[in-house]
Design a protein around this ligand. Structure first.
Ligand SMILES: Cc1cc2nc3c(=O)[nH]c(=O)nc-3n(C[C@H](O)[C@H](O)[C@H](O)COP(=O)(O)O)c2cc1C
Length: 308
């Protein structure tokens, strides 16, 4: 059980806020939101908080399966306040190779923010990522270069808006520049939590500008993750889908990072979703190859495990 909980805490979370708590009672684990870690300015609806807890939930599911036990999950968001899900550890069962691979990726996954070299991610791996999202009832749409340019423009616009707001800057600084403790936030080991994409569309290849901007690779591989609904339970599902995609990529040696800015500014988020799809944009994922990113800190289990 302890190892599975530790795996849960290895999940990505918005600005590494780790907004999760756990309560164990026999074979049942309650997964709760740590409301003290709510980013009230950047995430007023708590959507990113749900995505983060959803990612931890996926890790927990995979880790339990990898220990040869069945797992049941009941999503409770919107019900009892503070409670996200109830997880039940079930009977013994054989571990399939796919689970083993995902579980092995949990501790290797990192948010890789540096530019990736110009090495394409094979279609077969992208197809596996799309299937991973589908398996969690979400839709991962890999965008073509023109659409990638539009997504990056939205990202930049969102970032400009956010940084123009002093309250937003203060919240960012509180978790990125000067985290509240050594086990929190995006530490000096992993700077630049909000990458400024430097990508230029072929129609905008003015060399001086391109050289001046330090950012990500010129032609990034980008996928947008959509959910079917936009309620708290949908956000938890989307968080599980997000993490399933990230682990699938990691298992294949592909690095990932998240560029969530455009999903955080409602009018721009709506533009991300304007693809004729009855879906809600939840995450923007960048994939590629690169040196492993440094490990970010995590709170010890003693801080996230509540008494029965
Ligand atoms: C909902 C959510 C939003 C995030 N937004 C961003 C983002 O906009 N930019 C970024 O660089 N990383 C983003 N991250 C990644 C976190 O900063 C990262 O997961 C955290 O610092 C822990 O580091 P790790 O992923 O390497 O374990 C986000 C993660 C989550 C789950």
């Amino acid at each position: 059980m302890i190892a599975s909980l530790r795996a849960a805490t290895a999940a990505p979370s918005i600005h590494n806020t780790q907004p999760w708590l756990f309560r164990v009672d026999g074979p049942r684990i309650e997964v709760l939101f740590d409301q003290r870690r709510h980013l009230t300015v950047i995430d007023p609806e708590r959507r990113a908080m749900h995505l983060s807890v959803g990612a931890a939930l996926l890790n927990l599911r995979v880790a339990i399966l990898d220990r040869g036990r069945a797992v049941g999950v009941e999503l409770l968001a919107g019900g009892e306040p503070g409670l996200a899900a109830r997880v039940t550890v079930g009977a013994s069962r054989p571990v399939d190779p796919a689970t083993r691979e995902l579980a092995g990726a949990i501790s290797r996954r990192r948010t890789g923010r540096r530019p990736f070299p110009p090495r394409p991610v094979p279609d077969s791996i992208l197809a596996e990522c799309v299937a991973a999202a589908l398996g969690e009832d979400a839709l991962l749409v890999m965008v073509d270069p023109t659409a990638a340019y539009d997504v990056l423009e939205l990202t930049r616009a969102a970032e400009r808006q956010q940084l123009a707001d002093p309250r937003c800057r203060a919240e960012l600084a509180a978790w990125a520049a000067t985290p509240p403790s050594p086990t929190d936030g995006v530490s000096a080991a992993a700077p630049a939590p909000r990458p400024e994409p430097a990508t230029r569309q072929p129609r905008d290849l003015e060399p001086a500008r391109a050289r001046r901007t330090a950012g990500i690779e010129r032609e990034p591989t980008i996928g947008v993750l959509y959910s079917r609904g936009d309620e708290p339970a949908d956000w938890l599902r989307a968080g599980q889908a997000l993490q399933h995609v990230l682990l699938t990529a990691t298992a294949r040696g592909v690095a990932t990072s998240l560029m969530m800015q455009a999903t955080e500014v409602p009018p721009l988020r709506a533009e991300l979703a304007a693809k004729g799809e009855p879906h809600w944009a939840q995450a923007v994922i960048r994939l590629g190859y690169g040196r492993p990113a440094p490990r970010t800190p995590r709170r010890p289990l003693s801080e996230v495990l509540l008494p029965r």
